[in-house]
Every structure is written in C-alpha cells, then in structure tokens.
Design a protein around this ligand. Structure first.
Ligand code: MTE
Ligand code: MO
Length: 504
C-alpha cells in the first residue's frame, strides 16, 4: 500500500532540480579536486608526508638524491579535460573547489530538508532490515546479467535504495568531514578531530578514496539508468512521471546535459584566459565565507617530540644573491630585521637582539597549500613581543613580511619580472597577535636550517605554509596592502593566484 502511494507521488520538481544542480556541482568539485591533487600527487597515511612512504604516487617524477628538490618541483600539470581549470593552477582550482562546495552544500541542505518535509524520505531511508536480503537478491540479479522487472522499482529497487541512502547520508557527509579536516585552521583549533581521523594525510587520503567511491557510483548509476528501463528512467528524471512524453523528456535531457558541458568547458577556458579576473570573481564569495568560518580560530596545537616528522619537504629555495650569501657566510652576524611602517619606534634587530627577547617553542604541524604536511618544533620570539617593542600605530591593520629571497627561487615558472621581485606575504593584526604566531630562529632545537628559512622565518599556525615567509628581511606595518605588488596580499597570491586568506 505504502509503496503504491509513494510511487504515485512521482518525482516532484524540487527533487529533479536539486538532482540536476547536484550533477553540475559534483562535476565542478571533481574536476577542481583533481587540479588540487595535481599540486602534490602523492598520498600518505602518515603526516610526515615522506615520499618514500607514499601509498599512492600519481606522478613519474623521482626525488633526486643529493640535490634540493622542492614541492613546487613536484607539482604536475593537469589536462584541462580532467582538471578545473587545468595546467598548473592550484590557486584557481581551489577557488573553484570552494566556490562549488558552497553551492553543493546549500543544494544538499535544501534537498534533505525537503526530503523530510514532504515525506519523500521514506523512499530513500530503509525502515526494515529485510531490505538487506532484498538488496542482495537484486545484486545477484544484476551480477548474473539479468534486469529486475519494472515491478521491483517502488520507485527504487532495494539495492538502489540502499546505495542512494548510503551516498546521500554517508558518503556525502564523509567527503565534507574529511575535506574540512584538511583546513589548517580546523586542525590547529581542534587537534583531537584530526587525531580521530588519523591525521591530515589520512584525512586527505580518505577524501581521495571517497572521490574514487563517488566516481564509481556515478559511473554505475549512469550505466544502470541507461541500461535498465531507460525510457521510464528518463521520463522520471526529467518530467517526474513515467506517463510523460518520451520525446519531450529526451529533448530536455539533452539540452540540460549540453548546458552542463558548456559550463564545464567555459569554466576551464575562461579561467585559463582570465586568471586574475577569476581569482577576484570567485573570491567575492569564497573569501568572506572562509573568513567568517575560520579566521577567528586560534591554534591549540601541542604535539610531542615523538610526533616530529623525519621528513620535511622544502618549498622555496634559499636566496642566492651576493648580499644574502655574504650574510650567511658570517652566520648572519651582520643580518638585521627591519621593523617599520606605521609604528612609533622603528627597530633594527640582530639575531642576538631577537634571542634576548622572550623565547617560545611550539611543536606544530606545517600544512603546505599543495597538500603535504609535517610536524616540527619551532623556537623563536612571539610576534606580539615585537609589536610591543615598536608600538603599532592605530591605523596599522596589516603586517607585510618581506624576504631576502626572490620569485625565481619561489616559483620557477614566474615571468622575468616576477622572478626579480622579493617574496612577501601579509597577515592582519589579529593573526599577528595569536599566541602561536612567532618569528622562528630555531627548528627542532637547532638553528633554523638554510632551506627552512635561515636566519628567521614567520610561523602562523592556523594558516597554510605559503604565508610563513622564510629568510626575513623586514616587517612593515601598513593600513592597506593594495599598493604592494599586484595588490593581492602576497607573492603567491599575486603570481600564482592563491587565495587571500590561508585558513583552508
Ligand atoms: N621566502 C620564502 N618563504 C616561503 C616560501 C618561499 O618560496 N619563499 N614558500 C612558502 C611555502 S609555499 C611553504 S609551504 C613554506 C615551506 O617551508 P619549508 O621550506 O620550511 O618547508 O614556506 C613558505 N615560505
Ligand atoms: Mo606551500
């Protein structure tokens, strides 16, 4: 009785629309996800991200011995057919991923709310264990290359119902939970959550495996729609009832799929041609959402010495200018950090001066935007001490950290002009005052090694690695950063179109 009643409901318009919106955004999510994966095409179960211990390497690149090899060297170019937007565009791929996930989640919420509000849920969520044996029966039917009779569908067959319920209520949320776990702000604020998932790299691997599961589901789902009672299916999917006109259903389906295909092609093509425009346009939505959800989180990381990684990728090669080499040759005895801009007392601090200020050590996890992570102990001066020393003027809103190192060492694919520019990044006053924001001169109890940023680097433990400028030259307090570089807030934002905030 129940079945007949529900089947007669057909498929309401809201359900068909949300199915279509879901299809559109899932495609954008998968494609931008592949783009992100290409930035570090190795998967691990352990947070030291040791490439020799990767369980999956989707690259033929080998790590050369005895030569500095950076994670930027390891990035692979993704075909625009697979990735969104394609080529080496991690920054834009992430923008598309976060832009799409906002709509995907909203669409999913509307769907679930309406599912329960209209009683449609009872077609999806099993209410009796007998469905398991019924689903097994259907499975055997399919696996022996038979097709269940139309009467088995009310409107779903038992196997279909179980699978849909699992995808909607288990796989979907699992993708979100593992995705969120990769945010350094979430990791820093809720280290227990990451422990629960087995760490950042295991969350990343699980996120990838759920992508594989999702992709398999989509393939099988589409094939079965095409093979098993196709004419009824297409009427149901498009017009909501099996008594609808087949021709109309087919025409609408073809047009709807063409629209999706055009959006997929356009999104890659337009993003590749107008990278700055797309960075800004997608940022209009992504930046405030990210800022609102994650910017306030303060790092509560407290790892132990046993957690310290045996492998720590390098990103950004040491500077090679004569000026820097001369400083390095004397163990940075003549090096000074210049602190100026909108402050009451500009200061020049030597390493000795910095060492005489209060020292803080912290064992925290570094998260590179490309995907790898590693735990280390950092020792240095809390940035708040420097702010106290120089006194920020009330108009000061941001701190600009400039390196001795130039674009050529940060991003080999930069233009000639960008290669000459000094690497810089900005953070705001709030982040600067965080208890775990420090200027580190030590790593794992020893002097900061050259490749990890000697003589001094920034550590902000709720952000991605690209914000943590190595080989510091100066800190400038400013009211606004739009006049610096390309005005996006940092070298990697200017040149590689990374996001303005680095909390995810
Ligand atoms: N000066 C400078 N600082 C930099 C970079 C760089 O290229 N130049 N790369 C950033 C990026 S993307 C990361 S992930 C970290 C890497 O730090 P590590 O080399 O100590 O692992 O440094 C950040 N700081
Ligand atoms: Mo990075």
């Amino acid at each position: 009785m129940m079945h007949i009643m529900l089947a007669s409901l057909g498929f309401p318009l809201w359900l068909r629309i949300s199915h279509y919106i879901n299809l559109l955004f899932i495609g954008l999510l998968i494609r931008s996800g592949l783009q992100i994966l290409g930035a570090h095409p190795r998967l691990y179960w352990h947070d030291s991200s040791d490439p020799r211990k990767a369980w999956l390497s989707l690259t033929k690149k080998k790590i050369p011995q005895g030569k500095l090899y950076t994670s930027m060297d390891d990035e692979v170019s993704v075909s625009p057919l697979l990735g969104l937007p394609g080529k080496k565009n991690l920054g834009l791929g992430r923008h598309w991923h976060f832009f799409s996930v906002i709509f995907w989640v909203l669409n999913g919420l509307v769907y679930v709310i309406l599912l329960f509000a209209t009683g449609e849920w009872s077609r999806l969520i099993p209410t009796s264990w007998s469905i398991v044996s019924a689903a097994w029966h259907t499975f055997v039917t399919y696996i022996t290359l038979h097709i269940p009779p139309a009467s088995d569908f009310h409107p779903y067959d038992p196997l279909q119902q179980l699978t849909y319920a699992a995808v909607v209520f288990l796989l979907g949320p699992f993708m979100l939970l593992t995705g969120v776990a990769m945010s350094p702000a979430i990791e820093a604020r809720f280290p227990w959550y990451l422990k629960f998932l087995g760490g950042k790299q295991s969350a990343r691997s699980l996120h990838f495996l759920s992508l594989v599961a999702f992709t398999l589901f989509i393939i099988v789902h589409t094939l079965l729609v095409l093979i098993v009672h196709f004419q009824s299916n297409i009427r149901d999917i498009v017009l909501g009832t099996e008594s609808a006109d087949l021709g109309t259903a087919l025409i609408i389906a073809v047009i709807a799929l063409l629209v999706v295909a055009i959006i997929y092609i356009w999104s890659s093509w337009y993003s590749l041609c107008h990278r700055r425009f797309m960075q800004r346009a997608l940022g209009i939505l992504v930046d405030p959402v990210r800022h609102m959800l994650l910017h306030r989180s303060v790092s509560k990381q407290r790892y132990t010495r046993d957690d310290i990684a045996s492998y720590f990728w390098v990103n950004g090669r040491p500077p090679c200018d004569d000026e820097f080499n001369a400083l390095a040759a004397y163990q940075f005895r003549d090096w000074h950090l210049h602190v100026g801009g909108l402050v009451f007392n500009p200061v020049h601090l030597s390493l000795e001066d910095l060492r005489s200020l209060p020292k803080q050590t912290q064992i925290t996890k570094h998260n590179c935007i490309q995907g790898w992570s590693a735990i280390a102990e950092w020792g240095g001066v809390p940035l708040s001490e420097i702010i106290k020393l120089c006194g920020a003027q009330p108009e000061a809103r941001y701190l600009v950290f400039t390196s001795y190192q130039r674009g050529a060492q940060s991003y080999p694919e930069a233009s000639e002009k960008e290669k000459q520019q000094y690497f810089y990044e900005t953070i705001d006053m709030r982040l600067a005052q965080h208890p775990q924001t420090i200027l580190a001169y030590e790593m794992n109890g020893a002097r900061l090694p050259l490749e990890h940023g000697a003589p001094l680097r920034l550590r902000v433990e709720t952000l991605l690695g690209y914000k943590m400028v190595k080989h510091l030259r100066s800190i400038e307090f400013v009211a606004d950063y739009s006049h610096i570089g390309e005005g996006q807030g940092g070298f990697r934002e200017d040149v590689q179109f990374y996001g303005r905030g680095a909390e995810i």
